[in-house]
Write a protein that binds this ligand. Structure first.
Ligand SMILES: [Zn+2]
Length: 283
């Protein structure tokens, strides 16, 4: 039986968490679901990371993400970890230890790239920090879900993890979704402006930052062309790409329903627009 994942259901799943660096209180995360998710903030040895450590801990960033992950039935334990990485600005999922790690150095890099004043596109400093932290943590958690749930993947896993992350962020409350997409988009654009478009970039397992930006805003526009009409109106997304974004979004949403949906603890029902979109793809 095909269960339809409603927008509301996904909101319940992810949102609860809601996410990352949001000041919103964490609620509606049923403790009875338990789940084998462990969160760890490793005390930094570099004094420059102490404020980041304290802030992320105070904001319960990993707990919020963990609350989302616990709504998925995992076959094993998953660790979500923030730690210092000896100068390496990175984030990854380790399939051996079943751990998602984000380095304080990566958070510091995000903070360094954030604008002091709102950007030309209206992205605030806070959004430019929260957006990429959320996108990166959810992206890495996506790798973990693919691995732990043995999710089959066509194409590059990095693209699939980006799609899953975008889908999840887009199902937050509309204002939060927009803020996180804006902040994450700002991050990709800023990286893209610094990135050499050369052979090593083309060979990389990740798409180029500009490609990751366009895929993100395409899914946002495709998720709700009216709500995100400004993405096209302000020419952040060329009309040639915008023309296929509704289908790209439906495809990602359908993959979520079929591949992740059966592992969710929450009952998936009702759901208006998203369900209608998905139904059009369900045989
Ligand atoms: Zn990745």
């Amino acid at each position: 039986m095909v269960r339809h994942v409603s927008r509301r259901a996904i909101q319940g799943v992810l949102l609860t968490a809601v996410i990352l660096l949001s000041d919103a209180p964490v609620h509606a995360v049923p403790a009875r679901h338990g789940g084998r998710v462990v969160v760890t903030y490793v005390q930094p040895s570099d004094p420059a990371h102490r404020e980041i450590y304290r802030t992320l801990r105070r904001q319960r960033v990993l707990e919020r993400l963990g609350a989302v992950v616990r709504l998925v039935r995992l076959p094993g334990r998953l660790t979500l970890r923030l730690k210092g990485c000896g100068g390496e600005a990175n984030a990854w999922y380790d399939p051996e230890s079943h751990a998602v790690t984000m380095c304080y150095e990566m958070v510091a890099g995000i903070i360094a790239l954030a604008p002091h004043e709102a950007s030309a596109a209206g992205v605030t400093q806070e959004q430019a920090i929260r957006g990429p932290i959320a996108q990166i943590l959810v992206h890495e958690t996506g790798h973990a879900l693919f691995h732990l749930l043995r999710v089959p993947i066509f194409g590059r896993e990095e693209d699939a993890a980006d799609q899953l992350a975008a889908l999840l962020l887009l199902h937050l409350a509309p204002a939060q979704a927009r803020a996180l997409v804006g902040g994450s988009g700002y991050f990709f654009v800023t990286l893209g402006r610094q990135e050499a478009v050369d052979r090593s970039g083309f060979a990389n397992v990740h798409g180029l930052s500009w490609q990751r930006f366009y895929s993100l805003v395409c899914l946002a526009y495709g998720s709700d062309p009216r709500r995100y009409a400004d993405i096209v109106a302000k020419d952040y997304l060329p009309p040639e790409r915008a023309a296929t974004c509704r289908e790209e979004y439906k495809s990602a949403a359908y993959a979520f329903e079929r591949l992740i949906g059966p592992h969710l603890r929450v009952r998936l029902h009702r759901g208006a627009r998203l369900r209608r979109a998905w139904q059009s793809r369900v045989p």
